[in-house]
Design a protein. Structure first.
Length: 282
């Protein structure tokens, strides 16, 4: 098996070396006090760890470790049946201050097709639930949030499909949500399920709007990350800094994905007289 032109053993050795370098860089960033809005994306794998144990409390502990201002979760609901939510969201709010962006959900699910978007301080201006094309039931949550002390940030939280053709179609739907590349600051974050880089990537169409991105950071599998399936992308140059995998003993076992984090720089605003509104698009 070859990945990106390398043999699998060579790729594994390179991943181990890069993992050590990323840990060293993460420690350096903490020491220098990197600032900004901390955003994260985390495929929680239905709260089933690599040890095959179902443990929502362990998943919540990983989220508490990250301590994000905004986090997008994937696979936070049962996929079939009533789509029951798997996390204790009221307890998570008490312990972290994170509240879910409100959506129109059926059954007892937390989110839309397993996507849950949570934030700490701010006001939700608008929410849309987007059904993505493809053979699998996939979706995205699009929210405009006035984070406390910052301007409006649009967030597209998505989980793209396993099939390349589906991912290409879904990427085009994401682009259709953007009317122009210079509009309001926008983040795309989630499990985009694309391990290919360069011209073979199904995400190439996103470059027209989201432009050159920070280097892809491997997050899968969590115990030896080789593939950069999870991404955080922005439509403005210089908006994202310090993209890292949240690599800890707990996160390595809690899910088959490591969480991905980034600091986002947003302009400050004095407009706090905002009204929360929720709408739906399917």
């Amino acid at each position: 098996m070859r990945m990106n032109g390398r043999s699998l053993p060579a790729t594994m050795l390179l991943s181990i070396r890069d993992r050590r370098m990323r840990k060293a860089n993460a420690a350096a960033h903490k020491a220098t006090g990197t600032t900004g809005t901390l955003v994260a994306s985390y495929n929680v794998h239905k709260c089933i760890g690599v040890d095959r144990k179902f443990d929502p409390e362990r998943t919540s502990r990983v989220i508490r470790e990250i301590d994000p201002d905004v986090i997008a979760l994937q696979e936070a609901d049962n996929r079939f049946g009533e789509r029951d939510g798997l996390l204790d969201l009221p307890r998570l709010e008490r312990e972290t201050g994170l509240v879910p962006v409100p959506i129109f959900a059926t059954g007892k699910g937390h989110g839309w097709h397993g996507n849950v978007l949570l934030f700490k301080k701010g006001v939700v201006r608008d929410v849309h639930q987007i059904r993505l094309p493809g053979l699998e039931p996939r979706g995205a949550v699009v929210a405009e949030i006035d984070l406390e002390g910052s301007q409006t940030l649009r967030i597209i939280a998505a989980h793209l499909g396993l099939l390349r053709r589906s991912r290409s179609q879904q990427a085009r739907v994401v682009l259709d949500l953007m009317s122009s590349p210079d509009e309001k600051p926008t983040l795309l974050l989630g499990d985009l399920n694309e391990w290919r880089l360069g011209n073979r990537s199904a995400l190439n169409t996103l470059h027209a709007t989201f432009g050159p991105q920070p280097p892809a950071v491997p997050t899968f599998p969590s115990n030896l990350p080789l593939l950069a399936l999870d991404r955080i992308m922005a439509n403005r140059h210089g908006m994202i800094a310090t993209v890292e995998a949240h690599d800890t003993p707990l996160s390595r076992v809690a899910s088959d994905h490591l969480p991905l984090t980034a600091f986002v720089r947003l302009e400050r605003t004095s407009d706090n007289s905002l009204i929360s509104a929720v709408s739906q698009s399917v």
